[in-house]
Design a protein around this ligand. Structure first.
Ligand code: HEM
Length: 504
């Protein structure tokens, strides 16, 4: 039998190629050897973490259940199930563990950045991109970048951008209105909210909207992050097995060449253009460049960090906005209560101001409750133990550990009816443990743009429910269970029936 011919559509060997004859028994031997090599390669390279319970089979089967869950987008549920079955610190492969408690979160992410005591970012981040604010594990480098960008991300600094954010909301509404005028009242908001997130982040950070909303679609390079994260996760899970190398080789040949290189070039070209351009207002880039001279960072590093800052904001914000709209529209009482509160404060999106919107209790309860149920970064980030206790369990140096934000936010020890959307749990009198909700993480590596993200959510959601009457008509009953989780969420269709809301 010609082995080579198996791979040809016609089943024939190409002319001029002498067929390679491999008899079936030899094929079986070769395949068995390959499986054996893979089995040996995937065996744990480090000793099994002692005293940390987890599935017995996963020690010898390479944590296969978790690996399959990661590949198939079920990792958020897999990690949650591990904590439910094995306790607050659960092992999911020989040297990796996941946690779901407030104390563990504080121990891991809140530990000081001092040498020897910090839980540093794992090698997972190195496969995402070059060194930058997001991927760096070196505390010294990270703190110099954080000092450069941090002062432009405080609540007071964000207040100065409120007018720009409101303009972005009005542009979003113009696009929705013009789509409604074409006759269709049913719209899917996923892409529009994604374009809106990109335009708002680029407007505030770089001083220039990328115009994705007007263009009707995002640029190809903006969509790369989930893919990069997905492959970084797969690579991390199968590290040392040879699988990542084979995959890389295959992908290079099967998928358009250099897509990652091209998207990086497009992104950096935009950033370099803006670094040279004259800016018409004090956006974040203007502020950062004023401080840059004292930071000691070369321009190339500053550009790389702007690129990281931008990318980190697109999907996270869109994931959050879509989830809020779904939860509100599928809970009629919350919907009515929210609209009443918004109408008591504003007439339409045009009147929204930052100081008022920050003080609306029900709006902010709705946003936090949606972030609890659907944290845009569901798994927290993997860190390496320096050899320390995590919620009373000793993790030897080198153990990889994370707190699953999804599992923490649904921990029944902290929340009554953890799966239910109940904004009222954020009012006084509720016994729920509110500090267990940390969608932006805690500590020195928490989200630098937390206040910016909150501002975008407050303005977008308030504006949307003031200006539109909406009804969810998509196919999904349970937004959480019907989403796939690949670093960020792969969202269901946010399909709505929409009409402009008459002004009161
Ligand atoms: C609702 C929206 C958002 C959520 C829930 C969120 C959540 C997070 C989380 C959990 C992390 C830590 C990730 C890890 O350690 O692996 C993080 C880091 C980060 N986020 Fe966000 N984020 C949001 C929006 C944004 C936006 C809009 C931007 C930028 C404009 C941004 C920029 C960053 C950056 C640069 C980091 C790395 C910070 C560091 O390591 O010092 N995020 N975010």
């Amino acid at each position: 039998m010609a082995f080579l011919a198996l791979y040809l559509p016609s089943g024939q060997a190409p002319e001029g190629f002498p067929p390679i004859i491999v008899p079936y028994p030899a094929l079986v031997v070769i395949l068995s050897l390959l499986v054996l090599i893979l089995f040996i390669k995937l065996q744990p390279k480090q000793p099994v973490i002692k005293g940390v319970p987890g599935p017995f089979l996963d020690i010898f089967c390479w944590g296969i259940a978790t690996k399959l869950a990661v590949i198939s987008g079920r990792s958020a549920y897999q990690f949650q199930m591990l904590n439910q079955s094995y306790g607050k610190v659960a092992r999911f492969s020989a040297g990796q563990a996941t946690t779901n408690t407030i104390k563990a979160l504080r121990n891991i992410y809140g530990a000081g950045a001092g040498k020897g005591s910090a839980f540093l970012k794992s090698s997972f981040y190195r496969s995402i991109s070059r060194r930058n604010i997001f991927t760096a594990s070196d505390p010294g480098y990270h703190s110099s970048v954080r000092k450069l960008f941090g002062p432009s991300m405080t609540p007071a600094s964000m207040d100065a951008h409120a007018g720009v954010v409101r303009e972005c909301i009005l542009r979003l509404h113009d696009v929705i209105h013009s789509k409604l005028q074409t006759g269709s009242t049913t719209l899917s908001l996923n892409d529009m909210l994604y374009c809106h997130s990109i335009d708002t982040v680029s407007e505030v950070v770089l001083g220039k909207s990328l115009g994705c909303l007007e263009r009707g679609k995002p640029y190809f390079w903006t969509a790369q992050l989930p893919r990069i994260f997905y492959w970084a996760t797969v690579r991390d899970q199968f590290d040392g097995s040879g699988i990542p190398t084979v995959m890389k080789w295959l992908l290079r040949r099967l998928i358009r060449k250099g897509i990652r290189v091209r998207s990086e070039e497009a992104r950096m070209q935009l950033i370099h253009e803006q670094l040279k351009a004259s800016h018409t207002r004090r956006d974040i880039m203007v502020e950062v460049l004023e401080r840059a001279a004292t930071s000691g960072l070369p321009e190339s590093e500053i550009a790389e960090n702007f690129s990281a800052l931008m990318l980190a904001g697109f999907h996270t914000t869109q994931n959050a906005l879509c989830a809020v709209i779904f939860f509100v529209l599928t809970h009629p009482e919350s919907h009515a209560k929210l609209v009443r509160e918004l109408q008591s404060a504003f007439t339409s999106a045009e009147d929204i101001t930052g100081d008022v919107v920050q003080r609306l209790p029900y709006l902010n309860a709705v946003l936090t409750e949606a972030l609890r149920l659907y944290p845009p970064v569901p798994l927290g980030g993997p860190r390496v133990s320096p050899g320390a206790y995590v919620d009373g369990v000793y993790l030897p140096a080198g153990t990889e550990v994370c707190t699953s934000l999804f599992a923490l936010h649904h921990n029944p020890d902290y929340f009554n009816e953890p799966y239910e959307f109940i904004p009222e749990r954020w009012s006084e009198g509720s016994t729920d443990k509110k500090e267990a909700v940390q969608p932006f993480l805690v500590g020195s590596r928490s989200c630098i743009a937390k206040y910016f993200a909150k501002q975008m959510m407050q303005f977008t959601i308030a504006g949307f429910f003031l200006d539109f009457e909406a009804e969810y008509v998509g196919p999904v009953k349970d937004w959480q269970r019907e989403s796939r989780c690949y670093a960020f969420w792969d969202l269901p269709d946010l399909k709505l029936n929409l009409r402009p809301r008459p002004r009161v």
